[in-house]
Structures are given as structure tokens and as C-alpha cells.
Design a protein around this ligand. Structure first.
Ligand code: UGA
Length: 436
């Protein structure tokens, strides 16, 4: 099939490369000419395991192209909208500027039989609004949310755990769903659930999934807050809870909380949309989820201040990590980077290190000192704080090596990813999150 993918960020670039890898003819379109040039060379413009290989094989096969000219999407009959929907600067609602402009640019290219497939995360009600203009051209709009995780994006795109398609009530709806099923045919296993529903449900599935995950993380972080005043251990608590199949252990990792380009803005956008719909109270708990999450950052600043005798001024602190999670170079709403900025603001001499995200972090927070070398970050530090659980820190770092470099043997484990007994036996003052 001939496809265009509008928007070549974390979602669109992976989608374009993945669709080419399963045999489709794909053009990726983005207004950012620099990003397009990088992709067209076969380089991933961001850290995503496996994407580089997929780009190279797609480009070599001739089935994958990139362009910043919308006219190049003219040969395609199926157009994916994969642009970002960030939080508005003045409110908690989602900013639909890029979705609207993608549709505006697509309209002149559409005609009867064409399919527009929305993949961006949008407030419920968006597809119904966009459909009016799209159906006027004879094309059909479906909404097909994406559930990929950064760091696992290639795998999640090629082997999704479910496919959800929101279709219009009109006759074209079931034909469009069938087209999409054929399109994904080789990627999805026969057993992959394929859920055909209405626009509103498909839009809500996506934000509900992220809201649920965010709630699960904040739930365990709320328990960490209780553990901190009772001497309980939140990691043992999470293990014990996780053995209940109805609860499950995943996303019960207590620590400095969630960040990234999705969970924080999606819970805020859902709360803002619910308010517009007169259902503020239905998701008012999401405000608490957000607050619990942000309080974890305060907690680390508090622990760091306590560890350094109440004064941070001129104290050298190594912050290990900057990405919002490992296997990513994304620093959008990164809790770890936020903590580094706060410590810097309190007068500490903060040195940030990250194996992948240092360039992005430097662009976003140029006032901090960066190094890609862990040893350099640790040298003469009076405190190390782990904010991203990269394997390099979990398994690569030993207490004896860290102690040989640091001025004081103190560590705050913001992700509860180190073994407290090992670090204490190695002479460290170890402080975890919600652990005695
Ligand atoms: C999230 C969802 O997991 C994806 O399903 C969704 O498709 C994506 O958003 C999106 O909307 O595009 P992602 O932002 O890549 O994916 O990151 P997650 O793996 O969900 O992690 C989010 C944050 O939660 C990270 O900061 C991570 O460190 C934190 N986290 C995760 C915890 O603090 N504890 C946990 O137990 C798990």
C-alpha cells in the first residue's frame, strides 16, 4: 500500500520505518527540514534502539522516503497523522495546532477512497470535528491510537499488544477498518486483538491507558510516602502486591516518579477535557496523581539537603541520568533533570551525566554542567543521585569504584535500582525512596 506519515518524531519516524519494513511504500513528511535530512541519510534523529537499522533497510529497499514537501504525500492513498499534541503553554489542555495544520495541508491531496488515519493522542471529540472537513473530500477518517513506549518503539510498532481503530458510523467505517487490518496484517500476529469501535472510544482508550499507568505509579509513590514515616519498605510492598495477578508488579516502581512527553501531559489534558465536558469530578483524582508525582522531586531535594548537612551551597553533586527513563534520550518533563535544576538553583555544583540524553539536556538546561563520563561526574562529588536507572548505573557501578572517586560516600537512589545492602557494605550512606 502507498502510505504517507505526517510528522516524523518519536511516533511518526518509527511508524514510517516499520511500515516500510513490512512491505509498504512509505513517505515520511515533516516541516523540520533538518530532521528530514537526518532521516533521509538513514540516521535516527533521536535515541531509539533498532530504528537506525530499520531506516537503512527501508531506504535501501526504495520503499522508504522522507520529505519536507507535503506535495510528496500526493501519491499515497493512506495518510497517517503522527504529529505531537503537547501541553498548551497557558493551560493544561492539549495543543492541537500541529494536528490541525497537518489536516489543512492534507486536504488538497485527498479524494474519494483515501484514508486518513489519526495516530496522535487527542482529546476525545477531536476526530468527530476533523471528520467533517475530511469526509467532504470523499476520504474517510479513522482514529488508530498508538501505544508504543519509547525505548521499545520498534518492537511495540511491529508487535503491538492490541490494535484499536475508531471508525465513523457511516458505511465507509467497516471498509476502512478492513483496510487497516490488511495494512497491519504482516506485523500483527493473528492473535493480536483488533478492536473496532467509535471515534470517542478510540480516543479515550489511549488517554485512559496512560492515565491508568500514571495512577499506578503515583499509587505506589503515595505508599512510599507512608513507608517513609513508618519504616516500611515500598519495594517489598510492591513485590507482595504484584503477586496478586489482579494488580501485577509492572508500573509499581516507586521513585522520583513519571515524566516524558506523554504521561504528564496526557493526564492534564484528560482532566482539562473532562472539565470542558462538565465532568470535572470524574477525574479529579488525576490532579492528586500529578501532585504526588511532583512531590517526589521535592522529596529528593529534601533528602539531598539532609544528606549534605542542611546546606547545598557549593556542594558538588553528581546527578546520574537526565533522560526521563532509560533507553531514551528524551528529556521532556524529565523528573531527574528537574531535580538537577532545583539543586543547582539552591547553589549546589551539579554535574549531570547520561549515556544518551546529555545533548538534549544541555540544550534544554544549558546552565548545568554536563559530562558523558560517569567517573568525571563522580570525581570529588559529595553526593551521587541516581535519577535514571540506566544499566550503566544499576550494574556497571560498584561501591568501591564510586568511593575511589567521590569526596564523600553518599548516594540517593531515586529509582530504587541499587542493592542497599551492597552499597552499605561498601561504606556508603545509602538512601532509597520509600525504603528504610
Ligand atoms: C507511555 C506509555 O507507557 C505508552 O504505552 C504510550 O504509548 C506512551 O506513553 C505514549 O503515550 O506515547 P513512555 O512515555 O515511553 O510511554 O514511558 P513509560 O515507559 O510509560 O514511562 C513513563 C515514566 O514513568 C518514566 O519516567 C518512568 O521512569 C516512569 N515509571 C515507569 C516509574 O516511575 N515507575 C514505574 O514503575 C514505571
Amino acid at each position: 500500500m502507498r502510505l504517507s506519515v505526517i510528522g516524523c518524531g518519536y511516533l511518526g519516524a518509527v511508524h514510517a520505518a516499520a511500515m516500510a519494513s513490512i512491505g509498504h511504500d512509505v513517505v515520511g513528511i515533516d516541516v523540520d527540514a533538518g530532521k528530514i535530512a537526518t532521516l533521509a541519510r538513514g540516521d535516527a534523529p533521536f535515541f531509539e534502539p533498532g530504528l537506525g537499522e530499520l531506516l537503512v533497510s527501508g531506504l535501501d529497499s526504495g520503499r522508504l522516503r522522507f520529505s519536507s514537501d507535503f506535495a510528496d504525500a500526493g501519491d499515497a492513498t493512506i495518510h497517517f497523522i503522527a504529529v505531537g499534541t503537547p501541553q498548551q503553554s497557558e493551560s493544561n489542555a492539549a495543543d492541537l495546532t500541529y494536528v490541525n495544520s497537518a489536516v489543512d495541508s492534507l486536504l488538497p491531496l485527498l479524494s474519494a477512497g483515501h484514508l486518513v488515519v489519526g495516530k496522535s493522542t487527542v482529546p476525545v471529540g477531536t476526530a468527530a470535528k476533523l471528520a467533517e472537513r475530511i469526509t467532504a473530500t470523499g476520504a474517510t477518517l479513522v482514529w488508530n491510537p498508538e501505544f508504543l513506549r519509547e525505548g521499545w518503539a520498534v518492537q511495540d510498532t511491529l508487535s503491538p499488544d492490541r490494535i484499536v481503530v475508531g471508525v465513523p458510523d457511516s458505511d465507509g467505517g467497516s471498509a476502512a477498518a478492513e483496510t487497516l487490518q490488511n495494512l497491519y496484517h504482516t506485523a500483527a500476529k493473528a492473535s493480536t486483538p483488533f478492536i473496532v469501535t467509535d471515534y470517542a472510544t478510540s480516543e479515550l482508550v489511549k488517554v485512559a491507558a496512560n492515565a491508568f499507568l500514571a495512577t499506578k505509579i503515583s499509587f505506589i509513590n503515595a505508599m512510599a510516602e507512608i513507608a517513609e514515616v513508618t519504616g516500611a519498605d515500598v519495594t517489598t510492598l510492591a513485590d507482595a502486591l504484584g503477586h496478586d495477578n489482579r494488580i501485577g508488579r509492572r508500573f509499581l516502581g516507586a521513585g522520583i516518579g513519571f515524566g516524558g512527553g506523554c504521561l504528564p501531559k496526557d493526564i492534564r489534558a484528560l482532566a482539562a477535557r473532562a472539565e470542558e465536558l462538565g465532568r470535572r469530578e470524574s477525574v479529579s483524582f488525576l490532579r492528586e496523581v500529578d501532585q504526588i508525582n511532583l512531590r517526589r522531586r521535592d522529596r529528593v531535594v529534601h533528602l539531598a539537603t539532609a544528606a549534605l548537612g542542611g546546606v547545598l551551597f557549593k556542594k558538588r553533586i553528581a546527578v546520574l541520568g537526565a533522560a526521563f527513563k532509560p533507553h531514551s534520550d528524551d528529556v521532556r518533563d524529565s523528573p531527574g533533570l528537574d531535580i538537577a535544576v532545583r539543586l543547582h538553583g539552591l547553589g549546589a555544583e551539579v554535574v549531570v551525566t547520561d549515556p544518551a540524553a546529555t545533548p538534549n539536556a544541555k540544550r534544554q538546561q544549558p546552565q548545568l554542567t554536563y559530562t558523558t563520563n560517569i567517573d568525571e561526574a563522580l570525581r570529588d562529588a559529595e553526593l551521587a543521585i541516581i535519577v535514571t536507572e540506566w544499566d550503566e548505573y544499576r550494574h556497571g557501578l560498584t561501591p568501591s569504584h564510586a568511593a575511589s572517586l567521590m569526596a564523600q560516600t553518599k548516594v540517593i537512589d531515586g529509582r530504587n535500582c541499587l542493592d542497599p545492602a551492597t552499597w552499605r557494605a561498601g561504606g556508603f550512606e545509602y538512601v532509597g525512596m520509600g525504603r528504610p
